[in-house]
Design a protein around this ligand. Structure first.
Ligand code: PLP
Length: 358
């Protein structure tokens, strides 16, 4: 029996995608082998690589002037690849709105003069700090943000105004969850295991004019040009993850693309937040205008009840609801693959749990 898996990552994939992958597990398109076994130089894999790239471009409406590549090392490797590739003035500005943002800021400090422009750590990352274009240094190479904070459950509804300075965004936990205008970014990166594919591949979308000024010390494997010039085939790619991403993107396209999934995602989030806000038993501390539509942390009146909640929910087929250790309580991650019925089942469970435990 499939459960509703509320894990923050790796997370659910659509059942149709898993079934499709299962069909080809021993023999992909009459090749007599699995995608896991075939050469990344084969025609079959070349086609997968190209279809996956072109689906990203189509679904996200990626304009000319941007490169789309698949790299390895997860989003965490991008914390260093970004400064190594883009910090040509020796300066970069960071906004810290959560734990991953803090890590990105910390790693970047190895490579230049990095300014912390704003942070919401003073209130345990429950809000997006306000900034204006004047807060950023004119000679900063880029401004780094984490668009959706996976652990604390908050997101940018509106991008900061950075004037002419390109925005670099970690979109690991919100990529393709809502319509995004790629033109507003210098670079977007996202580890795949939240909303795109199994772990192993990281999507990078980068404006071409930002390339070519990398640090002399930038490792070949972290240099974006290595993969843009080799169409993500410089070395052995994570073929299976890219294949799964292709299947998942085909599925997303068949569901009407990002605009349609955004409607579903917003409905799911509204259902859950409205229920939490209408209850005096459950609470969510994030300021309303910055609430994530992907990750919804919440608590009961005390930690004992939180633990009981997680345990009993699991017995009900609602799994991985335990909150991150930095926040405690529960967290429901409701990515693209979480059906609306999953969120409704969670709310029914929450109602019953409240009746029995208040
Ligand atoms: C999960 C996550 C990461 C870390 O991703 P890895 O692929 O495990 O390195 C970084 N940033 C955000 C916003 C995340 O959600």
């Amino acid at each position: 029996m499939r459960v509703y898996n509320f894990a923050a990552g790796p997370s659910m994939l659509p059942e149709e995608v898993l079934i499709e992958a299962g069909k080809s597990i021993t023999d992909y398109l009459g090749s007599g082998m699995s995608v896991m076994e075939m050469s990344h130089r084969s025609k079959w894999y070349e086609d997968i690589n190209e279809e996956c790239r072109s689906l990203v471009c189509e679904l996200m409406n990626v304009p000319d002037g941007y490169e789309v590549i698949f790299v390895q090392g997860g989003a965490s490797t991008q914390f260093e690849a970004v400064p190594l590739n883009l910090m040509h003035t020796g300066k970069a500005d960071y906004i810290v709105t959560g734990n991953f943002a803090k890590k990105a800021y910390k790693e970047a400090q190895k490579y230049g003069d990095v300014k912390l422009v704003a942070s919401s750590e003073d209130k345990n990352f429950t809000y997006i700090p306000k900034t204006t274009a004047l807060d950023f240094r004119k000679d900063a190479s880029y401004v780094h943000i984490t668009q959706n904070n996976t652990i604390f459950g908050l997101k940018y509804e509106k991008l900061p105004d950075t004037g002419e300075i390109p925005i670099v965004s970690d979109m690991s936990s919100c990529i393709m969850s809502e319509v995004t205008d790629v033109r507003n970014y210098g670079l977007i990166y996202a580890g795949a295991q939240k909303n795109l594919a199994p772990a192993g591949v990281t999507l990078v979308i980068v404006r071409k004019d930002l390339l070519g000024r990398e640090s002399a010390l930038c490792p070949t494997m972290l240099k974006y040009r290595t993969q843009t010039e080799a169409r993500s085939l410089y070395n052995t790619p994570p073929c299976w993850s890219v294949y799964m991403m292709m299947l998942n993107l085909r599925h997303l396209k068949s569901r009407g693309g990002i605009a349609e999934i955004e409607k579903v995602n917003r409905r799911k989030a509204v259902l859950l937040y409205d229920f939490i806000d209408g209850s005096d038993f459950y609470s969510n501390k994030v300021e309303k205008e910055s609430r994530s539509i992907m990750n919804v942390p919440f608590t009961t009146p005390n930690a004992q009840l939180d633990a009981k909640f997680v345990k009993e929910a699991e017995q009900d087929g609602l799994v991985s609801l335990k909150g991150h250790r930095l926040v405690g309580g529960m967290r429901a991650s409701i990515y693209n693959a979480m059906p609306e019925e999953g969120v409704k089942s969670l709310i029914e469970f929450m109602k019953a749990f409240e009746r029995e435990n208040r």
